[in-house]
Design a protein around this ligand. Structure first.
Ligand code: SAH
Length: 217
């Protein structure tokens, strides 16, 4: 498929999957119009890149469906000058969307092979405002914080990891799926002067956030 065809598919994705489902932040829509999602997807699945579902990215991991990436991003309410932390780099697609919308993105992935592959794609696309780390993202990235926004793209079975809340700036927003393999909900956590405000957003389904070796089973 040529690039022109992918551009048309991308426009169609906005029209059919994002705009009708209340993705209405013009900056978020513009980022989705721009980022070439197909380049983050292995060749064998590339023709499906703009479909309304998740896809495998190797190592038993998945890239979320476009709508979920958009929804999570929109809940961060980025204006352009934030320091953002992403846990679960995966393919790097969500990282690219965030890098379009803010000053700097720090992203942590536990599987080195995925991180290196994502670094290659993002480097080729010319992104210069992303820092990568391989390791356990449940610990956050304390020496680069605090963060105005934190986005976690794997589900935390044991609840919201406390280092992530700790590394949020005052007024900062954390979007995270919480739950086990079968039942998960997306949550928005806002650090307010008076304490932590938590909102349940919707049911969802993500790969697990691996916090301990025993989570690997
Ligand atoms: N944002 C990605 C989605 C990848 S799926 C994308 O757009 O493609 C979630 C990713 O989280 C997987 O790559 C998985 O390896 C990673 N992950 C799981 N547990 C993790 C942890 N504790 N720390 C960092 N990354 C983790």
């Amino acid at each position: 498929m040529d690039e022109e065809k992918y551009t048309l598919l991308r426009e169609q994705m906005l029209r059919e999957q994002l705009e009708p489902r209340n993705i209405d932040d013009p900056r978020v829509l513009q980022a989705f119009r721009k980022v070439p999602r197909h380049l983050f997807i292995q060749e064998e699945h590339r023709h499906l890149a703009y479909r309304d579902h998740p896809l495998p990215i190797g190592e038993d991991q998945t890239i979320s469906q476009p709508y979920i990436v958009a929804l999570m991003t929109q809940f961060l309410e980025l204006q352009g000058d934030e320091n953002v932390l992403e846990i679960g780099t995966g393919s790097g697609y969500q990282t690219a969307v965030l890098a379009e919308l803010t000053d700097h993105v720090y992203t942590v992935e536990r599987i080195q092979k995925l991180s290196l592959q994502a670094q290659k794609v993002l480097h080729n696309l010319g992104y210069k405002n992303i820092s990568f780390k391989t390791g356990n993202g449940a610990a956050g990235w304390s020496d680069k914080g605090p963060f105005n926004g934190i986005l976690v793209t794997a589900a935390a079975a044991a609840g919201v990891p406390s280092p992530l809340i700790k590394q949020l700036s005052p007024g900062g927003r954390l979007v995270i799926p919480v739950g086990d393999k079968f039942l998960q909900e997306l949550r928005l956590i806002i650090k307010e002067k008076t304490g932590i405000r938590e909102q349940r957003l919707c049911d969802c389904r993500f790969v697990p956030l691996i916090e301990k070796i025993s989570d690997l089973n």
